[in-house]
Design a protein around this ligand. Structure first.
Ligand code: F6P
Length: 341
């Protein structure tokens, strides 16, 4: 078989490990040819691809980013390309495509599949917002980067008796904020899943300083929302897709907290540091397992499905399940069970 592989959407640590694993499994075990499509759907549309063999994937297990490149493509271009799905596959001479991406990639993958380009998905996202899998690779690395940042910020915050507002990624889902905040021992964690009241945050920090504590750490997800009626913040910058962009909320929160508390507050926007660099051991393992299972799925003809971690096993779930709803339900359940919500 000739299998295309591509990485699409925002990059994340572990993408290269999947590519390596796909090449090893497909070439060594099945005698397939693997074609690496450049820059995600853009490369598919523009028919840019190159053969991938063992030499091309040497050293990729530990390397961050994606050697194939990635892109986000506007909806109208995807729709136009879907109409030419079979022609695009024939142009590259591929029998099937392994699409490594998040919810946007999977939404497009479903359409390509229905239009005659057989696709198997592999879920990637640092935000952990793909549903129907317990976790996506990239998330563990992002949490460990953010946790290390919180650890480091504590000592400087204490030296200057400051409030540090650490903004982490997570537009729809607060997984990074929740886990990095818990692991780092943050004093407030603000999530998209639970609207926050800035006055309650102020009260909590005041009580902490009254107990002679010398600093406070607030971890906030970029997509956290103030509770209705408590808004003193403007809604921030919105990008061309209508998404609120990272980098705004943390800064505005620090300004507000400094104003209302009368204490120095500093924003720290972790931004793309959470997406760069080598994957953690856990992400290397998960990415490698997903690559292995994706090749097996192609050989079983499981098109329209993606590799999903369920407990300790990698299984298959439908691309529709992945995009049916954001992966915030398990987070809600966890918070409810632990009486946080
Ligand atoms: O989708 C993952 C994500 O990391 C979001 O948390 C963040 O808002 C976005 O990507 C940033 O995207 P870009 O790299 O296009 O600025």
């Amino acid at each position: 078989m000739r299998i295309g592989v591509m990485t699409s959407g925002g990059d994340c640590p572990g993408l290269n490990a999947v590519i390596r694993s796909v090449v090893h499994r497909a070439v060594d075990v099945h005698g397939d040819e693997v074609i690496g499509i450049e820059d995600g759907y853009l490369g598919l549309i523009e028919q840019r691809a190159r053969p991938l063999g063992h030499d091309d994937v040497t050293g990729l297990l530990t390397r961050g980013g994606t050697v194939l490149g990635s892109s986000r493509v506007e909806h109208h271009r995807i729709h136009q390309a879907v109409d030419r799905a079979a022609e695009l596959a024939a142009g590259l001479g591929i029998d099937a495509l392994i699409a490594i991406g998040g919810d946007g990639t999977f939404t497009a993958a479903r359409m390509f599949c229905e239009a005659g380009l057989p696709v198997v998905g592999v879920p990637k996202t640092i935000d952990n917002d793909v549903s129907a899998t317990d976790v996506s690779f990239g998330f563990d690395t992002a949490v460990s980067v953010a946790t290390e940042a919180v650890d480091r910020l504590k000592t400087t915050a204490e030296s200057h008796q400051r409030v540090m507002v650490v903004e982490v990624m997570g537009r729809e889902a607060g997984w990074i904020a929740l886990e990095a905040g818990m692991a780092g021992g943050a004093h407030a964690i603000l999530l998209p899943e639970k609207p926050f009241d800035i006055e309650a945050v102020c009260v909590m920090i005041e009580e902490r300083f009254a107990r002679r504590k010398k600093f406070a750490i607030v971890v906030v997800a970029e997509g956290a929302q103030p509770a209705p009626g408590t808004l003193r913040l403007d809604p921030g910058r919105v990008d061309q897709y209508g998404h609120r962009r990272f980098g705004g909320l943390g800064t505005r929160l620090a300004v507000e907290l400094e104003h209302w508390l009368g204490k120095e507050a500093r924003p720290v926007i972790l931004g793309h540091t959470q997406r760069g660099g080598p994957p953690t051991a856990r992400d290397r393992v998960l990415a490698s397992r997903f690559g292995w299972h994706a090749v097996e799925a192609v050989h079983k003809g499981a098109f329209g499905w993606f590799t999903a971690l369920r407990g300790t096993l990698v299984e298959l779930a439908t691309l529709s399940d992945a995009v049916a709803a954001p992966n915030t339900v398990p987070l809600h359940r966890m918070l409810e069970a632990e009486a946080v919500l």
